[in-house]
Design a protein around this ligand. Structure first.
Ligand SMILES: NC(=O)c1ccc[n+]([C@@H]2O[C@H](COP(=O)([O-])OP(=O)(O)OC[C@H]3O[C@@H](n4cnc5c(N)ncnc54)[C@H](OP(=O)(O)O)[C@@H]3O)[C@@H](O)[C@H]2O)c1
Length: 254
């Protein structure tokens, strides 16, 4: 396979959308380092699924909200690249790991705000900064935002604001990293049935129906709607796409 020597780092690749991205990349022959925060066994099961496709994989622990832990993470990452993949560099970084806080603006506490800020924005900013020397020229960075940065649903003021910040950051990264031929894009999923936010989009029938009713394609999204789009952005066919926000929502709230 043409991609056999390429490597992607996918944060939060153990479950939900991240797992779907990992599998879609692996199906293109791209090797994967995925991270998890707390569920090591779940992450190892994904590694086994990737290896079953004849593609290399490893899982590393990362709390993307804890920037002070990043030097230790990068040191483990370098060791893993060396031992498992026989290389020193990566080609693709997918900043996917995230948490949701569903709280009205008026009731969001400072602690909730800070946790979201750390995981959804500060962590992405400094993880990417720290990864720059590890990413090959000509590589690609994908930042996962949300449809909620474009349209509004009550209860997501803090969460969606962090995603808005990611979208602005993406344009600056695309501009500044263009000289290295590194492309930087946003993928913004609409509401998808995962564990996210306590699994509310999947498990709350009324919410699920409401979202389907305002979506052009008439249903809520599934993880399979997202992974392939991220994998596409890691192919040569996407080589002229940078600084773009690609919303993948089935036409939610048009
Ligand atoms: N689902 C949606 O409707 C939706 C819509 C738009 C955008 N998004 C975005 O898509 C991304 C993935 O969401 P998802 O639905 O796949 O979520 P999910 O099913 O809850 O999975 C979250 C993943 O992130 C990891 N993670 C959680 N907290 C972390 C932390 N502090 N540091 C590092 N990793 C952490 C988890 O690892 P552990 O299992 O080890 O905890 C898991 O791998 C997020 O950025 C989210 O904002 C989701």
């Amino acid at each position: 396979m043409a991609n056999k020597s390429k490597i992607a780092l996918v944060t939060g690749g153990s479950r939900g959308l991240g797992k779907n991205m990992v599998m879609a990349l692996a199906k293109k022959g791209i090797n994967v380092v995925l991270t998890y925060n707390s569920q090591k066994d779940t992450a190892q099961a994904v590694v086994a699924e990737v290896q079953a496709l004849g593609v290399k994989a490893a899982a590393l622990q990362l709390n993307s909200g804890h920037v002070k832990s990043f030097p230790a993470f990068f040191s483990t990452l370098k060791e893993t690249l060396n031992t498992t993949f026989g290389t020193e560099k990566l080609d693709f970084l997918v900043n996917n790991a995230g948490i949701g806080v569903h709280k009205p603006f008026a009731q969001t506490s400072e602690d909730e705000f800070d946790e979201l800020l750390n995981v959804q924005f500060k962590g992405v900013f400094f993880l990417t900064q720290g990864a720059l020397t590890l990413i090959n020229d000509g590589g690609s960075i994908i930042n996962i935002s949300s449809g909620l940065a474009r349209f509004t649903n009550p209860g997501y003021a803090a969460y969606a604001s962090m995603k808005g910040a990611i979208e602005t950051l993406t344009k600056y990264q695309a501009k500044e990293l263009g000289a290295r031929q590194i492309r930087v894009n946003v993928v913004a999923p609409g509401a998808i049935e995962t564990d996210f936010g306590g699994g509310v989009v999947r498990d709350n029938e009324a919410l699920n129906n409401m979202i389907a009713s305002v979506t052009a394609l008439g249903r809520v999204g599934l993880p399979d709607d997202i992974g392939g789009v991220v994998a596409f952005l890691c192919t040569p066919e996407a080589g002229w796409i940078t600084g773009v926000r690609l919303e993948v929502s089935g036409g939610q709230a048009l």
